[in-house]
Ligand binder design. Sequence first.
Ligand code: ZN
Length: 243
Amino acid sequence: MRTLVISDIHGNLEALDAVLAAAGPVGHVLVLGDVVGYGADPNACIDRVRAFPSATVIRGNHDKVAAGIEPSTGFNHLARIAIAWTTAALRPDNAAWLAALPQGPVIVDAGTEICHGTPFDEDVYVFGDGDARRALRAARRPLCLYGHTHVPAIYTLDDRLSLTTPHGAHVVLPLGDEARYLVNCGSVGQPRDGDPHAAFGVIDSDRRELVIERTDYDRTAAQAKMLAAHLPDALVWRLDRGQ
Ligand code: ZN
């Protein structure tokens, strides 16, 4: 079975639709949080996720603030402006759906679990080897998928810990029996690794591999909607740089 892995959609409908088209048929979808925040289409992105026939969805920090579970005090200035706009734009049924999303980590199956930040704290960022080791210690499955940083990364722990930073499309990670993996497949709607293409992952359980992919999307359309919504300019133009 093919399982789609998406995270940090951030209200970017053009990026989400491009990813869904590029991924092709999948049996299940894993959504690692931050469906909303930053982008101009929070409702349409939530509607897409709610319509997946088979999905496991957890919340991210932006989802929590948009749903009123947490205040935006931990956010920087631009994120705070965007989340206030998002909160006001959400349909009541979508706000209730966001509020009901479970907190990660969530066990998906015998091989896989998902979290937004880390398996020990949904809001903590994995920024280096120390965070990765702590996350791998807390993980209860050999493949732990995370988001939150918007930067694709593959940590492999066998006799030692190694980091691979995927560049470009179609980076294949064979899933061996002996190792443990902590993997970020990147952000759909706001990549921050210098590559503006939307990022996603596909787990192929028959081939026993995880592939990280990138796809182009209609960035101009997404940006035009953000400008029309008077979302901050800096959030609009960072999509061009993938930063
Ligand atoms: Zn995010």
